[in-house]
Design a protein around this ligand. Structure first.
Ligand SMILES: [Zn+2]
Length: 324
């Protein structure tokens, strides 16, 4: 009997690892795409649009340019859903600047947008950073994106650059063209000692300590460094989750806002700091060199039913003008 259980356990673990590996290429290409300039992004979008089925959710939601009116509601799960009543993060605030503005992905659940503004304001005191450079949040109506992300679909995920906000305002073309800071060394096993400094731990700890934050995805080399430097205060490390890519930016995931029954939270991360065996797997050949993925694109019918109405809702401006 114990043998059967351990064989079953091994099979389950193996299946989980294969599943993780299947989505790996997506994650790896996501990392590259996060840095794409305007021309590269446009080329990727055109290439995808030429091949995607007409009812692909990426095509439908990727073509939306305005939010769906109505009260804010996150519908579905982080990697299969959409967003009603989105708010847009202004391109500039006292402690933030929106990057890649031409992508029109600075939309999110109003609770996330407010939270980003508050979090950015804490950065000077918490980490000595003047503020945050904000990457992709979500499309105006959420849903899957044409390029770059498996999640970010319900307006509760945001990518934040690993470059502290500079003391000056970046020009629109700098925001669309400049690259973020690579903090992982070329061996992919360590952080780059020429780039990494103590402010990174302070920044990650400040973000992870916020109760609204459910998870933060980071490169495994970054997680390992945070584990090494954290000291006795380690509870916040549970939310720091290793994932492929995330070497130029990190991904902050907010929990579902209270009172939104259609929003599906992810199961909480396992207890403990996640610095042991679980982290070691990320440095095995299997994790470092994942096989390619052949995932099929999601169709609108694969999303929660309510997302069809979100996709089809007239925009606020159109309602005001009495037209679609
Ligand atoms: Zn992300």
């Amino acid at each position: 009997m114990p043998k059967t259980i351990s064989r079953w356990k091994r099979t389950v673990m193996r299946k989980a690892q294969i599943l993780t590996a299947i989505i790996a290429l997506c994650a790896v290409s996501t990392a590259a795409m996060a840095q794409d300039t305007v021309a590269e992004e446009a080329a990727h979008r055109a290439e995808l649009l030429a091949h995607l089925p007409a009812d692909a959710a990426q095509r439908v939601f990727g073509g939306e340019t305005t939010p769906a009116p109505g009260p804010a509601e996150a519908i579905g799960s982080y990697e299969r859903g959409c967003l009603e009543g989105a708010a847009e993060l202004p391109a500039d605030g006292p402690n933030w600047q929106v990057m890649r503005p031409s992508r029109n992905r600075a939309w999110g659940h109003p609770a996330l947008i407010r939270f980003i503004e508050q979090l950015a304001a804490k950065m000077p005191a918490a980490a000595g950073w003047p503020g945050l450079l904000i990457g992709d949040i979500a499309q105006p109506r959420g849903g899957p994106m044409l390029t770059g992300h498996g999640s970010h679909q319900i307006g509760l995920d945001a990518d934040i650059w690993l470059t502290p906000m500079p003391d000056r305002r970046l020009s629109p073309s700098e925001r669309d063209e400049m690259s973020a800071t690579e903090v992982v060394a070329a061996d992919r096993l360590h952080v780059d000692p020429g780039v990494w400094n103590p402010s990174y731990l302070k920044m990650y700890r400040a973000v992870a300590s916020a109760p609204q934050v459910a998870r933060i995805f980071v490169n495994p080399a970054i997680k390992r460094e945070l584990c090494r430097e954290a000291g006795a205060d380690r509870a916040w490390l549970a939310k720091i989750r290793p994932w492929w890519g995330h070497d130029y930016h990190f991904h902050m995931r907010m929990a579902c806002p209270p009172g939104e029954p259609l929003c599906h939270d992810q199961v909480p991360p396992p207890a403990g700091d996640g610095c042991g065996k679980e982290l070691a797997w990320w440095f095995t050949p299997e994790a470092l060199h994942p096989p390619p993925s052949h995932a099929k694109p999601l169709l609108v019918s694969n999303l929660p039913h309510a997302c069809l109405a979100v996709a089809e809702a007239p925009s606020k401006t159109a309602v005001r003008n009495g037209a679609r």
